[in-house]
Design a protein around this ligand. Structure first.
Ligand code: AMP
Ligand code: MG
Length: 425
């Protein structure tokens, strides 16, 4: 498989204060997978994105088999035999018998063992009585069973020829189990995306380093590395860039040659010490900047050659919100997984916002609670600062307030985007 064109150069979108939905529409429309495919052992495929469809080459299970330990018999014989069967066979899992079950005969059978030809129903061993008479073994099977009871039919999980997974699907543990059940040992998935992670700011230090007044530890590096941990990406840490236009430009130019995407935080605003946008304009194209959202307005998106550039704001709250809203779907599309929408549900607001600016979408750190009637309610982390990691830590997700809202009243239904539905684990 060859890489599709990454982005169409002519979609320069310089409208200031692009609305959230417009930004998403552009990303949805214009991004295409860049990752090539590779074939890997099934055991290494967790979290990877399928680059092939998976079809069952045969019935799963392959043959009718017993769901319990018990006695298999022919349902039609039951009443005539008075439930009294002569034990004729013994079938254990992995040892199929091809001997036809004689009339009024039963087979001792164990869970997963193939039903002997002729048998169609199984009675659980707990419900049966066995006894020996004149050197022969008999089993008494109770009444009231339905035809086919305790028998798993061939193909009842998946019928031969059924497509069980489609290219573009991100593999969960259950999917690996399903693929294993088809017998495939190797599968074709998209290659992992190569992601460069860059922090910028003269004030930043890494944990372990000494700090003095004015310095700040680089939280975003740990935040983003962890937010991408479950995604099919190879993260390379390019460290902390000083606020130096030349250095920023040289580093981005170099990184764009080898990475699929450069993910930066900080330096994205219009300040004189913010060099991301000038570097991006010099080296490539800026497709988006300045969104009508809060937090995260300075989010920047563009490309340098074939490398996607995503410039997240430096404030940790804005960095996380923008990564979840835009970065995660961008990585998913580039990596072959299509555009992933966050999960959303509605919950009554257990807070009030008397005045909200119209024309921008706001995302609050949301905390779920239970009211006195046992109903889920959404509370807002009470402080708004975009630098407060405490709010991110306490939150269960984001509360999304649309552009046209000018206030939020207590009890009003608000949209909640749980972190768990955006891959935060
Ligand atoms: P900037 O986008 O560079 O103007 O940064 C906005 C705010 O975020 C400033 O207070 C920075 O110190 C802070 N900041 C930027 N990068 C990071 C980072 N990697 N970790 C923690 N805070 C940061
Ligand atoms: Mg800065």
């Amino acid at each position: 498989m060859t890489a599709k064109p990454l982005l169409n150069d002519c979609f320069l979108h310089d409208k200031d204060r692009l609305k959230h939905a417009e930004a998403l529409a552009i990303l949805k429309d214009r991004l295409a997978p860049v990752a090539l495919s590779q074939t890997i052992p099934l055991g290494e495929a967790l979290g990877r994105i399928l680059a092939q469809d998976i079809t069952a080459p045969r019935n799963i299970p392959l043959a009718d088999n017993s769901a319990v330990d018990g006695y298999a018999f022919r349902f039609a014989d039951h009443d005539e035999a008075g439930g009294f069967f002569r034990l004729r066979q013994r079938v254990a899992a992995g040892h199929a018998s091809n001997e036809m079950l004689a009339p009024w005969g039963a087979a001792r059978i164990f869970t997963g063992a193939v039903m002997p030809p002729g048998a169609d129903t199984v009675a659980m061993q707990e419900d049966c009585e066995t006894h020996r008479q004149d050197g022969e073994d008999f089993v008494i099977v109770p009444q009231g069973l339905k035809k086919g009871a305790n028998c798993r039919k061939a193909g009842e999980d998946v019928a031969e020829g059924t497509k069980i997974l489609t290219s573009g699907h991100r593999l969960k543990p259950q999917d690996l189990a399903a693929i294993a059940s088809t017998g495939l040992a190797k599968i074709t998935v998209y290659r992992k995306l190569k992601v460069a992670l860059v922090s910028t700011g003269d004030e930043l230090r890494r944990p372990g380093d000494l700090i003095t007044i004015g310095d700040v530890y680089d939280s975003n590096h740990y935040l983003l590395k962890s937010l991408t941990a479950g995604l099919p990406v190879e993260i390379e840490d390019l460290g902390i860039l000083k606020d130096d236009a030349g250095l920023v430009e040289r580093t981005l130019a170099e990184a764009s040659k080898t990475f699929d995407i450069i993910l930066t935080t900080g330096g994205a605003s219009r300040g004189e010490e913010d060099h991301m946008q000038t570097a991006l304009e010099k080296l490539g194209q800026r497709h988006m900047w300045q969104l009508a959202i809060k937090p995260g307005r300075p989010m920047m998106f563009g490309q340098i050659g074939n490398c996607v550039f995503l410039g997240l704001p430096g404030n940790p709250v804005a960095a996380m919100v923008c990564f979840l809203l835009y970065g995660r779907p961008v990585l998913s599309v580039l990596g072959g997984g299509g555009f992933v929408e966050p999960q959303r549900f509605q919950a009554p607001a257990d807070f009030e916002v008397p005045k909200k600016k119209p024309d921008r979408r706001e995302f609050y750190r949301g905390i779920l609670g239970i009211d006195e009637n046992g109903k889920t309610i959404a509370r807002k982390f009470d402080r708004d600062g975009s630098g407060l990691i405490t709010g991110l830590r306490e939150a269960d997700g984001l509360i999304e307030i649309p552009e046209d809202a000018t206030s939020v009243k207590r009890g009003e239904l608000v949209t909640f985007l749980p972190f768990s539905g955006m891959g935060v684990v």
